[in-house]
Design a protein around this ligand. Structure first.
Ligand code: GLN
Length: 483
């Protein structure tokens, strides 16, 4: 798989111009998209304009910024002025924002080359990317399987070698799950570490933007490029860059294992994680056994809070200002009702209805308030665990990439978020890294969770493991651009 450092070496040694490199990625993206469905749109002109600016700098002998000239994919819920941002919804199928998201401003200012906008579950609601209005993104390791959700297109493009890195969003696992399914690194930063300005909101107290990459070093580089404090997002706290802080040593690191995360795991995943734990011990880390009894409440807590927030956030799509508009209607009420029924897919409609229900008078105390109390208890249990360890090690997802049309019930699908969503509830940072394959060759992911703003700690532990295993779990799919 391609790394940021590979691209920089090629550009700086002038082996290839940035325009040529960009052309290669654009052609490959277009050629592979019928098979992968990774991109909702390919942003050719914007990519070539950035590439020309990079070539001019190289021509003048100027130094390049960390991500300058590197082809990447942006999830299609991150606003890009002048470029369609659909959220994979019929509602926003023809919507072009008039302003840029903060993260896109940051990347644009260093001439990052955007190849296109990544496919996703509609409004980021889902775990397989099958809720996309444009059809699901496919897993490059086996296209009969899903790439994961909701940032499935971003992961599919990177694992399919038609982007070098990408930005996704993670409300309950949407960066880490597709990273796990596609054999990539996915970092969900601490809540507030990365600006959410211009990210189309799903659950505002849970949403975070973060990188999906082929290696830990790249995750750190991309995080550093987007972690500045932003006065335009009231919840932005900003964070220190982490790249320079990765020592590569885990000697004396206390790794917590909470047994609840491992209950009922398929054998291949259990075996891969056991091996990772043994390796960490060999590398000098100390394993601490912990309990997390509240874990079982994390799914209902997450789904009540996320839906409640979604029902409010998605209230803005009324057809009056922008987005889809019903054509046939009798009066204003009928217009709004038809617009929303036509514009939203089934899963989104279901979630808005249930979110409205849990917030309604009479049910608010029974559901929403209770979920807020549980959120506090879950946070407390995390704090207790972190008083005894530095990072927690868990599976990322209790399954490997599902087959398309696996026909799980909604609840069965929601259960795949069990290891990831508790992290969003507590606002913590977590990274997923590849740690093995199941017996059909599909990647397995391991999750490392840290205390707030300890991105450096989890990336350091992840990087040490990656180096020790000689990146042997990073399988590359036979397609796209090979640098
Ligand atoms: N699968 C979860 C959901 O459907 C998480 C999605 C996300 O992180 N955006 O809500």
């Amino acid at each position: 798989m391609n790394k940021i450092s590979d691209v920089r070496r090629l550009l700086e040694s002038r082996e290839i111009s940035c325009r040529e490199l960009t052309q290669r990625f654009l052609s490959a993206a277009k050629a592979e998209n019928p098979a992968l469905n990774a991109y909702i749109s390919v942003t050719e002109q914007t990519a070539l304009d950035a590439a020309s600016a990079v070539d001019q700098k190289l021509h003048k002998g100027e130094a390049l910024a960390a991500l300058e000239g590197v082809p990447f994919v942006l999830k299609d819920n991150i606003s890009t002025a002048g470029l369609k941002t659909t959220c994979a919804s019929h509602m926003l199928e023809n919507y072009t924002p008039i302003y840029d998201a903060a993260v896109w401003e940051s990347l644009k200012s260093q001439n990052a080359v955007i190849i296109g906008k990544g496919n996703m579950d509609e409004f980021a609601m889902g775990s397989t990317c099958e809720n996309s209005y444009f059809g699901g993104a496919k897993n490059p390791h086996n296209t009969l399987h899903v790439a994961g959700g909701s940032s499935g297109g971003v992961a599919s493009a990177i694992a399919g070698n038609v982007a070098v890195y990408g930005l996704g969003s993670d409300t309950g696992g949407s960066i880490r799950m597709p990273a796990s399914f596609c054999g990539l690194v996915g970092l969900k930063p601490t809540y507030g570490a990365v600006s959410r300005r211009g990210l189309i909101a799903y659950g505002s107290s849970l949403d975070q933007i973060g990188p999906i990459t082929t290696c830990v070093e790249d995750a750190a580089l991309v995080f550093d490029a987007i972690c500045a404090k932003d006065p335009g997002d009231m919840t932005s706290h900003g964070s220190e860059p982490v790249s320079g802080k990765l020592t590569g040593s885990v000697k004396g690191l206390k790794i917590g294992i909470a047994k609840e995360y491992f209950e009922g795991l398929p054998e291949a995943i259990q075996t891969a994680l056991d091996a990772a734990v043994r390796l960490y011990e060999k590398m000098g880390a100390q394993i601490v056994h912990l309990e997390f009894p509240m874990l079982k409440y994390s799914l209902p807590t997450y789904y009540i809070l996320a839906w409640a927030e979604a029902s409010s956030n998605l209230g803005r799509y009324d057809g009056l200002r922008y987005g889809h508009r019903a054509e046939d209607f009798t009066d204003l009420d009928d217009f709004i009702c038809r617009t929303r029924s036509e514009g939203f897919g089934k899963e989104v409609r279901q979630r808005i209805l249930l979110g409205t229900y849990v917030l309604s008078a009479g049910y608010y105390d029974a559901y929403y308030n209770k979920a807020q109390l549980l959120r506090k208890s879950i946070k407390n249990e995390f704090s207790k665990m972190f008083s005894r360890c530095d990072v927690l090690l868990t599976p990322t997802v209790p399954v490997t990439a599902l087959k398309f049309g696996a026909n799980l019930t909604p609840v069965e699908t929601y259960q795949t978020d069990i290891c990831t969503c508790s992290v969003n509830i507590a606002g913590l940072p977590a990274v997923s890294i590849p740690c093995g394959f199941d017996n059909t060759g599909l990647p397995i992911g391991m999750q490392l969770i840290g205390e707030k703003f300890n991105e450096a700690g989890i990336l350091n532990a992840a990087g040490a493991y990656e180096r020790e295993t000689a990146q042997s779990f990073m399988k590359t799919a036979d397609m796209g651009v090979k640098l």
